[in-house]
Design a binder for this molecule. Sequence first.
Ligand SMILES: *Cc1c(COP(=O)(O)O)cnc(C)c1O
Length: 347
Amino acid sequence: MLIDYRSDTVTRPTPGMLDAMHLAPLGDDVFGEDPSINALERQASDMFGMQAGLFCPSGTMTNQIAIKCHTQPGDEVICDYDSHIYQYEGGGIAFNAGCSVRLLSGDRGRITAAQVMEGINTVGDVHKAVSRLVSLENTANRGGGSCYALSEIEGIRTVCDRHGLALHLDGARLFNALIATGDQPRDYGRLFDSISICLSKGLGAPVGSLLLGNVDFIKKARRIRKVFGGGMRQAGMLAAAGQYALEHQVNRLAEDHRHATAIAEALAQKPFIESILPVETNIIIAEMRQPWKPQDLMDYLRPFNIEFFAISPRRFRLVLHLDITPAMVERTISLINDINILPCSQA
Ligand SMILES: *Cc1c(COP(=O)(O)O)cnc(C)c1O
């Protein structure tokens, strides 16, 4: 069986989730008549203490809708250089919202209140784009699953309030952060104007993300979702999967975090590993020592049915998730321990 560390998006629905999907009452969600979607939107917004929610096909869509709703063309979005919204959403900030980006160079994907302050353009300077929105990512994917301290976000909120900026959270893996830090969903609900959460990452639903915000924001977002082609019809089966995930598959994320730490500890012993980012949640990002390359380790482990991705010429990423069992982790660790000399493709 494939031991697939490429992403936490590769999970399959569990038997309990499939039952929930099968039993979901359905209606046309573009008419607002799908009871399962309405229930999921309510459940999630209540959980975060926010007014309303919107079910969307992907986290890219929830982020892009949020950016579009918070801005006008010519405005500027402030975010970390490694942000998903900048790196992995196809240039959507420009394409969908007509905005420019102020990229900050944070610490493992996390920016500070002081950096945000410096990134704000002077109001009234006709040379400059209008700073309008700050977007944070928690956990930060390219930061190796790093978590924000709530106090830093509070500082950023204060800066946003002082300068009239909206604050969005790309919380594709927010539940990993909540499990790791013990922070509560409501802590986040009160600090952000909008929050995107993914049901299809660690939570293990096959499809779906939620955008949360106040009633006016979600009303606008619902319109933009339709314009982006994301209005779905009897999609309650997907919402039922998401609801099941929120009810049954959040607390188990701690197991993924333990697995990630254990694998990272094994990797850290090897001479071909230069460094590993601190493992805070379910992601391991490691750098190969020269002259080795990620491909060398990928080639070595592939015959044992272990897959993962390189994310740069020297760095690779392993992601833990629902479908990685303790036995798979043990097998992975013993294979890593047994590597005597890793063949090197190029001296
Ligand atoms: C996966 C991910 C998203 C959304 O991705 P989709 O594949 O469009 O659902 C957004 N932000 C981060 C940080 C992600 O890792």
